[in-house]
Design a binder for this molecule. Sequence first.
Ligand code: C5P
Length: 220
Amino acid sequence: PIDAPLAGKKAVVTAGPTREALDPVRYISNHSSGRQGYAIASALSRLGADVTLVSGPTSLPQPAGLNFVQVETAIEMLDAVKSGLPSDIFVSVAAVADWRPAEPSDVKIKAKTTKKGMGSITLVENPDILKTISHMSEDRPKLVIGFAAETNDVEDHAQGKLERKGCDWIVANDVSGDVMGGAENEIAIVKRDGIERLPRMSKAFVAQNLAKRIAESFKD
Ligand code: C5P
């Protein structure tokens, strides 16, 4: 149907930051608001897709009409994404923390223990969710889309990222300005056979444009 070109298709979208505990009251995270990911999940749902939104902690209201899974850590996010498969589409919008404290403390770390200096925290690498899903042998979604938030040489980095992650498209955006947490975004859709640059627009319009192109890619 013209109004629901993604009817019968499943999509999993990640959004927001992840939160990696240092102790029961402290964590490592980032400034992602979740807005762009939520907007993409909603736009796909409006085109008829059956959408699962896997979200890290955000202050956004839960969008209506889709499956919503709340997570905190990168490991939880990966598990939730896998639980959402099989799926036709995976859009990895979340700003996943690259590292997590190796041994989070069960009790609040006392300030006294760090008075002499900073003390140090050992970090270990988090799973790369996008890369993991891109390289699945069974159940790999037909269309896997990653985001590349960069502050410089955005498109060059995006081409490299396509190969490193093994995904199909990279949505490149320049976060050097006020994009992260802001209302607008300026993106380039990078595929192996070319780049499409879109002008700066609201995150809702970015989402509509991306969802439209996703729907078009399923036509053939
Ligand atoms: O390598 P970088 O973090 O710049 O890649 C960004 C892309 O990879 C985004 O699509 C993000 O959602 C995804 N990512 C991920 N798991 C990570 C790190 C990034 O899924 N641990």
